[in-house]
Design a protein around this ligand. Structure first.
Ligand code: HSE
Length: 402
């Protein structure tokens, strides 16, 4: 960045929701940081101006981008298309950018990497994945000389919060959802959290930093907890397990790489079993060190804005992602859905069961209102029938043997 440590960072902020406001509050608490918010672009100027009279709000994005004082852009809006326009425009003007927009990043990372290189301008986004956990910078910087095997974890705070409330406090789904919304954990469209899409976007970003491979979100099987019901919860309890919605990127033999977002039935002996509430937990596995576990708050205004703050500081000392794994000497792994795994499937009709095309069935149960099978299913098949699974109210969870 074209400034030395004594210069003040003058932030042009886009968005004043949970994280944008969180950033403002954090900056109030650390006046010595040398960072100020110059202008804020929002849709509803009047509302925010009343809330925070000391800030300058505008609805016109050019007023922020054109402000000669602004020397860094922080983009925290929830419209991925508008975010893309703002971020690319800022980079073209050689304004460094910090963003938390996982959906936008997951869809545009390759071109954003090129644009950063072309403009010699940094785009940092640790806040986009796992809130306060510096997982991207860890993957980028630390595991340089090791062979990554897998990155697996709870990447969505609100669904984990909801699952925790249901499992630990017996709260019903609707009440837990309401509480998650009140605490500011959910996306404005909560289906992004509950159906796994938010986890998927984060997984795509982490995969690029862990393995140097960009996988389009549409290629990945992604299934959330929307269809989970009381029978599923009872099943998990009987087996002494808990459902956790996990994103997984894993190297397979023959240099293949598989990605998925699926609820897992997790047993007590796993690190992530006790990762509760809005916390995220990421298990990074390497060939030489085995497993490491990063845990921290994955949602909420202050935890996420602390990651934004950290990225702003990093830009001050000219940090940028080097995407080293994309340029590694060996061949990059190739994405594949060709994998079968053991799953618990709760279904409604025999047709549903046929639809799954189980490779093997180990266990089956049927009663008037509850039918399930445990068996091997193929990820590619699940990806092909994804809309039908949703429509038919089928619930599916990976059920690894202990
Ligand atoms: N809705 C997201 C979550 C917010 O619950 O994890 C943080 O990315």
């Amino acid at each position: 960045m074209n400034m030395n440590n004594k210069n003040i960072i003058k932030i042009g902020l886009f968005g004043y929701g949970t994280v944008g406001r969180g950033l403002y509050e954090l900056l109030q608490r650390v006046p010595e940081s040398g960072m100020v918010i110059s202008r804020v672009c929002v849709r509803d100027v009047a509302r925010h101006q009343t809330e925070s009279p000391s800030l300058i709000f505008t609805a016109d994005r050019r007023e922020v981008l054109d402000d000669p004082e602004v020397n860094l852009i922080v983009e925290l809006i929830d419209d991925a298309d508008a975010a893309y326009e703002i971020v690319t425009e800022a980079l073209r003007r050689r304004l460094p950018v910090v963003t938390g927009n996982k959906k936008m990043l997951a869809h545009h990372l390759p071109e954003l990497i090129e644009l950063q290189k072309e403009m010699h301008t940094a785009l940092l986004y640790d806040a986009s994945a796992c809130g306060s956990i510096p997982v991207i910078r860890n993957l980028e910087e630390y595991y340089d000389n090791d062979l990554q095997v897998s990155v697996k974890g709870i990447l969505n705070g609100s669904s984990n919060f909801i699952l925790s409330k249901i499992f630990n406090e017996g709260m019903d789904h609707a009440a837990a959802l309401h509480l998650a919304r009140r605490l500011g954990f959910l996306e404005s469209d909560p289906t992004l959290d509950l159906d796994g899409w938010d986890s998927l976007f984060k997984l795509v970003i982490l995969t690029l930093h862990a393995f140097g491979v960009y996988v389009e979100p549409e290629q990945v099987f992604c299934y959330g907890i929307t269809n989970m019901n009381d029978n599923d919860i009872r099943f998990a309890r009987e087996k002494d397990r808990r459902f956790k919605l996990l994103g997984l990127a894993e190297k397979l033999p023959d240099n293949r790489l598989t990605l998925s977002v699926i609820p897992h039935l997790i047993s007590r002996n796993k690190f992530i079993y006790s990762c509760e509430d809005e916390f995220n937990g990421v298990v990074i596995k390497g060939l030489f060190y085995g497993k490491q576990f990063l845990v921290g708050r994955g949602a909420g205004g202050h935890p996420t804005s602390s990651a934004v703050l950290s990225d702003i500081s990093a830009i001050r000392y000219d940090y940028f992602y080097r995407y080293k794994r994309m340029d590694c000497a060996g061949e990059l792994p190739v994405f594949s859905n060709d994998l079968s795994f053991r799953a618990y499937v709760r279904y409604n009709t025999e047709d549903d069961l046929d639809l799954m095309q189980f490779e093997e069935i180990y266990e089956r149960y049927t009663s008037d209102k509850f039918h399930y099978a445990v068996g091997r299913v193929n990820l590619r098949r699940l990806h092909d029938i994804r809309p039908l699974l949703s429509e038919r109210g089928i619930f599916i969870a990976a059920y690894p043997p202990d």
